[in-house]
Ligand binder design. Structure first.
Ligand code: AMP
Length: 219
């Protein structure tokens, strides 16, 4: 796997769990940053593979960079991908890392009726609207950027839509998961135009990452 002479390939990642779990997979595919991404404040990193660089973004910005072709390839949680939509990009590989669930949660019992107009606090506005609509509910959605668990306690909302892993955060705030919306893991996404123009290197990267993912699954 090597870009043609002068060809550039940019891979967008996010700091935190996705970065620490993606770097070993990329290393197996032959791509390692030339300096420690975790310790540096830089946002662009050349790698051991000439022409291939990593850029560090906020998770919700990864689909935007890839959609517009500012980055060719990205790694992003399925939750953020569902929220942003897949226009202009292909979801090519499930990296099977950073697994969690996207759920509704509340303080009381699961709803039984469809009629009630409920208030839902979330940063996943589009996902939440689609989920409640599929149950015949048109909720009043309240967009938040964090600490969703606080919204029912402060009577800002009746329910929330949020990421759940162990469920400890919900429990610590007197809430419990109600409805499962989706199983989440990190996905490799590719800009549609880049997929055509850099097909050789991208296909090779996807194949190597796929092999690295499969070998972990079998380990
Ligand atoms: P937990 O208490 O284990 O259920 O974790 C819940 C909180 O951790 C959520 O509010 C999320 O913000 C965060 N979280 C856990 N797993 C992930 C993940 N895979 N991706 C993003 N955020 C996560």
């Amino acid at each position: 796997m090597k870009p043609a002479k002068g060809e550039q390939l940019t891979i967008a990642l996010t700091k935190g769990r996705i970065l620490s779990e993606t770097l070993p997979l990329l290393a197996e595919a032959g791509v390692s940053p030339l300096e420690s991404v975790e310790e540096s404040r830089k946002l662009i990193f050349p790698t051991t593979m000439e022409g291939v660089s990593l850029v560090i973004l906020r998770g919700s910005d990864v689909p935007t960079y890839v959609r517009h072709g500012a980055a060719d390839v990205g790694v992003v949680g399925k939750d953020l991908l569902m929220e942003s939509g897949d226009e202009g990009l292909y979801e090519v590989l499930d990296l099977e890392i950073a697994r969690c669930r996207l759920m509704t949660a509340g303080t009381g019992q699961a709803r039984t009726g469809h009629a009630a107009k409920i208030r839902v606090a979330t940063k996943f506005v589009n996902v939440a609207r689609a989920h409640y609509s599929s149950r015949g509910i048109q909720p009043n959605i309240i967009k938040l950027y964090g600490a969703m668990e606080l919204a029912p306690i402060m009577d800002l909302a009746d329910e929330i839509v949020d990421i759940v892993d162990t469920g400890n955060t919900l429990k610590a705030n007197g809430m419990r998961p109600l409805e499962h919306i989706a199983d989440i893991s990190s996905r490799l996404i590719v800009n549609k135009a880049s997929m055509r123009t850099r097909n050789h290197i991208i296909a090779s990267l996807v194949e190597r990452l796929g092999t690295a993912v499969a070998s972990r699954r079998d380990a």
